[in-house]
Design a protein around this ligand. Structure first.
Ligand code: NAD
Ligand code: MG
Length: 390
């Protein structure tokens, strides 16, 4: 029986993870479930999955939840310490890192440092701390498996010795597919007036709000480019973005002999989640088999650089290295929260990020302190730009 900690259990990825776990009760057990808000939903999940621990944001929330769980053998912890404890506990085999944003960094790193099997959905953690994160994976013998559908697809298409280096294993390029989001066909001048509800209405995937806005700006693909560089030891120039509106090819690997391997499937996160949970075995995920006749066609386009400025900003940050990706990520979190909160427009998201990157110099990202410091400064500067652009 594998004991699983689900960080971010009340989210979109958390829900899909628990759906897969529930299909295999003899194989997986929820050890800990965590959430930042929606206590009632977490209480419902605790009664259903009966974890040993639950983790919430504050001591007050912990008291409230503990009362709701009266009669259940579940201890409620709180705060970052609680998250790190359930991510690194001896009893745990695998940790699903599905908190959104920089808040997931500390608990995800705690799981890595405890040598766990880490199922990484929280791309922002890796974007912020790439070199440090990958070094910790090595040092502590953690197993890092990508949940992001594109990276999971690439992982499935790479040879098992890809750690030797992409050129050494005959890989020419990684091709990241992107749906293009809800505004793929919207004219640039119309983007100024789009609402959060429109930005969150993703054509193919049902996801949390932050990643939905990231998909609409294509910052999601930019973060994924950086994520791919760290996961697969690729240079930014080796990663190409291809718009593929049907989201059926989840990504591709182009080899020097002209072979191109792709992973296909219906757009449902339970596939990469089941793949990573059971790896190297395979289990049922509940996802419908792909019907190629119903699909009938697949299209491919180059991303529009004028409409999707965030993609360029992310590629530049990837090339610059150091703390630039952490600055990019923090500014994006502030700008997206501002957009979702109605403080600023859609096009200002990229402007806030660009101004923040211009204003702050990238430094060496060789310690957690340096990374958290860059994150903090970038939030301050982006907050100032947000206020100016409101
Ligand atoms: P979501 O908003 O649906 O859920 C986020 C979860 O994190 C919730 O359980 C929430 O309570 C928790 N959380 C939020 N802020 C927190 C904080 N400050 N401290 C502790 N916990 C906090 O998000 P999601 O769509 O499930 O995405 C989660 C992560 O997975 C993101 O990093 C996202 O980029 C990545 N991801 C998601 C998808 C998808 O299909 N949803 C696909 C690929 C990658
Ligand atoms: Mg993705």
């Amino acid at each position: 029986m594998q004991q699983i900690t689900v960080l971010g259990a009340t989210g979109s990825i958390g829900g899909s993870t628990l759906d897969v776990i529930a299909r295999h009760p003899g194989r997986y057990r929820a050890f800990a479930l965590t959430a930042h808000s929606r206590l009632d939903e977490l209480a419902r999940l605790c009664w259903r999955f009966k974890p040993r621990y639950a983790v919430v944001a504050s001591a007050q929330d912990a008291d409230t939840l503990q009362q709701q769980l009266d009669g259940l053998d579940c201890e409620v912890l709180h705060g970052e310490q609680g998250l790190c404890r359930v991510a690194s506990a001896d009893e745990v085999d695998s940790v699903m890192a599905a908190i959104v944003g920089a808040a997931g960094l500390a608990p995800t790193l705690a799981a890595v440092r405890a040598g766990k099997k880490v199922l990484l959905a929280n791309k922002e953690a890796l974007v912020m701390s790439g070199a440090l994160f990958m070094q910790a994976v090595q040092e502590h013998g953690a197993t890092l498996l990508p949940i992001d559908s594109e990276h999971n697809a690439i992982f499935q298409c790479l040879p098992c010795n890809y750690h030797d280096g992409l050129p050494q294993t005959g890989v020419r390029r990684l091709l990241l597919t992107a749906s293009g989001g809800p505004f793929r066909e919207t004219a640039l001048h119309e983007l100024a007036g789009v609402t959060p509800a429109q930005a969150c209405a993703h054509p193919n995937w049902s996801m949390g709000q932050k990643i939905s806005v990231d998909s609409a700006t294509m910052m999601n693909k930019g973060l994924e480019l950086i994520e791919a560089c760290w996961l697969f030891a690729a240079r930014p120039a080796q990663v190409e973005v291809v718009v593929h509106p049907q989201s059926v090819i989840h990504s591709l690997v182009d080899y020097v002999d002209g072979s191109v391997l792709a992973q296909l499937g219906n757009p449902d996160m339970r596939t990469p989640i089941a793949h990573a949970l059971a790896w190297p075995q395979r289990i049922d995920s509940g996802v419908q088999p792909l019907d190629l006749y119903q699909l009938a066609r697949m299209d491919f386009f180059e991303p529009d650089p004028e409409k999707f400025v965030c993609l360029r900003l992310a590629r530049e940050a990837a090339e610059q290295g150091g703390t630039a990706p952490a600055i990019l990520n923090a500014a994006n979190e502030v700008a997206v929260a501002g957009f979702l909160g109605g403080q600023t427009g859609f096009l200002q998201i990229a402007q806030i990020i660009e101004r923040t990157l211009e204003q702050l110099a990238s430094r060496a990202a060789d310690s957690l302190e340096a990374i958290l410091d860059a994150d903090k400064q970038a939030r301050e500067v982006a907050g100032q730009w947000l206020a100016r652009m409101s």
